[in-house]
Design a protein around this ligand. Sequence first.
Ligand SMILES: O=P(O)(O)OC[C@H]1O[C@H](OP(=O)(O)OP(=O)(O)O)[C@H](O)[C@@H]1O
Ligand SMILES: O=c1cc[nH]c(=O)[nH]1
Ligand SMILES: [Mg+2]
Length: 209
Amino acid sequence: MGKVMIFDHPLIQHKMSIIRDINTGAKEFRELVNEISTLMAYEVTRDLPLEDAEVETPVGKAKTKVIGGKKLGIVPILRAGLGMVDGMLNLIPAAKVGHIGLYRDPETLKPVEYYCKLPSDIEERDLILLDPMLATGGSAVAGIQFLKDRGAKNIKFMCLLASRVGIDLINKDHPDVDIYAAVVDEKLNDHGYIVPGLGDAGDRLFGTK
Ligand SMILES: O=P(O)(O)OC[C@H]1O[C@H](OP(=O)(O)OP(=O)(O)O)[C@H](O)[C@@H]1O
Ligand SMILES: O=c1cc[nH]c(=O)[nH]1
Ligand SMILES: [Mg+2]
C-alpha cells in the first residue's frame, strides 16, 4: 500500500486554520494555498535522488550533492488544483506542468473529464498530481488512472484536505500511489463535501460563489 503522509508542522497547521475560516477572502485564501503548497513540496520531494558533484568556491573545491537526472512533472486537477501550482514551482522550477480538467457532477458526484494537456515525455517523469480537496476520492482516482493510461509510472497525490474515505479509495484502487495531505477530516456530508472541511475550494480560490 502507498504511504500516507499527514503534515503536523505548526506552520502548515496554522495556515490551514486560517484557510478553513469562512471569513477568509479569496486573496488571502489564494496566498495561503500557495504557501502551504510550497511547505508541502519540501517533504514531497524528499526522496529525490542526489548525485555527487564538485564546485569551485572562492576558497577551494567543495564536494557537494545535486539533484540528479530525475525529471519531474506536476499535474493540477482543474480548477482548484491550479491554486497549488505556483507554490510547487517555487521549489521545483524545472518541473513541467500538465493539466487535467475534471469536475464533479453535483448529482452523481462522479468526475467528468473536460480537458487534458500533458508533457509529451510523461512516461519518463515522476508526477505529482495536485488537488486541494480529496473528498469521495472519485476525482483523484480518475486523475491517477488518466495519467497511468498515458504511460505514467511513478505518481504521488498531494492535497490540502483529505477525507478518510478518499484516502481509502486511492489506497484500494492505486496502492502504488503515495498520498500527502495537510489535514484529514473524518466526515463527508450528503453532498460529498468534507465536514467541517473548508467549503468549495475552487469557488473560494476564484471567487465564483
Ligand atoms: O473527491 P471528490 O469527491 O471527487 O471531490 C473532490 C473534487 O471536487 C472539487 O472539484 P470540483 O468538482 O468542485 O471542480 P472545481 O475545481 O472546478 O471547482 C475538488 O477540487 C476535487 O477535484
Ligand atoms: O468539500 C469539498 C468536496 C469537494 N470539493 C470541494 O471543493 N470541497
Ligand atoms: Mg469546486
